[in-house]
Design a protein around this ligand. Sequence first.
Ligand SMILES: NC(=O)C1=CN([C@@H]2O[C@H](COP(=O)(O)OP(=O)(O)OC[C@H]3O[C@@H](n4cnc5c(N)ncnc54)[C@H](O)[C@@H]3O)[C@@H](O)[C@H]2O)C=CC1
Ligand SMILES: O=C(O)C(=O)Cc1ccc(O)cc1
Length: 302
Amino acid sequence: MLPFARVTIIGLGLIGSSIARAVRAHMPTVRLTGYDADADVRATVDRLQLCDDVTESAGAAVIDADLVILCVPVGAMAAAAAELAGDLPADAIISDVGSSKAEVLRVLTEALPGATIIPAHPVAGTERSGPEAGFATLFHKRWCIITPGHGADPAAVQRVSEFWRRLGADVETMAPEHHDRVLAVTSHLPHLIAYTIVGTASDLEEVTQSEVIKYSAGGFRDFTRIAASDPTMWRDVFLTNREAVLDMLQRFSEDLTALQRAIRLGKGDDLFDHFTRTRAIRRGIIEQGQDDPAPDFGRSHE
Ligand SMILES: NC(=O)C1=CN([C@@H]2O[C@H](COP(=O)(O)OP(=O)(O)OC[C@H]3O[C@@H](n4cnc5c(N)ncnc54)[C@H](O)[C@@H]3O)[C@@H](O)[C@H]2O)C=CC1
Ligand SMILES: O=C(O)C(=O)Cc1ccc(O)cc1
């Protein structure tokens, strides 16, 4: 049996439109309703026929939903929830796909008192945004982390887990605070480093922009892809996962300083040992079948 019959997606950008496409592909009988605050996005979703209905308000979109998924930037979750609060059916489950979880659970609980809130984070995406960037296979064999709060209804957690499994994801359940620490080091800090290094390279006086582009070897090219990620989305991630990111950043700075010192003092053995340890970590990731699908993930859909 399908976990949900009527699914509403609020926010029809990369992730929302990918969910719509994946629902169409894997659960074609589900009735899909969508709403986006941006009229151009609504028109695009209509043209691409990604939903059965695209409404003119958030309230109209949720009126008979049994699952509502908020796919807006994490800084817009509170406003999106407040907008639909008056029309959310009492038995509906509300979920989201935000990249940070504790703060989102807090604002959703505040905006929707008494609602069944089961947050989730599909750990799958690209640097692109908008409804045309989405694709149906985005979640295939990628993790989706469900982060229920204390006392969440286990049956509701099961239904949301089953929904994501049907979209092709592997599902794990985790406390929101633990999620935020794990993702701070595996996703948020790497994005911050990419944003930094691309800025550093472009600010160099003695190296021209065209040299940076022309001679960007593999490593730097990968950073430029990550640093092209959506500014609104990432601003919100850093502001809503502040403590965990600052803690990981502190540890990272200390480790960077240790490497800096090893270079300055010519301690080749220290550098070699460090690089040997990190090479083993990469090999472990590949052996577990969790390799990055490709730095150009998603481009084949352009
Ligand atoms: N981009 C990625 O790789 C991933 C993003 N996420 C999370 O997914 C969420 C959405 O990200 P994307 O789809 O990449 O962003 P996007 O920018 O492609 O789409 C967001 C959409 O939300 C709409 N929106 C903003 N405020 C709204 C509101 N109050 N009501 C209705 N619609 C509103 C925007 O008009 C836009 O169309 C974010 O919370 C992000 O942290 C999660 C996994 C991966
Ligand atoms: O494009 C990439 O490499 C990503 O890391 C995509 C991504 C961005 C945000 C998330 O919360 C999850 C995945």
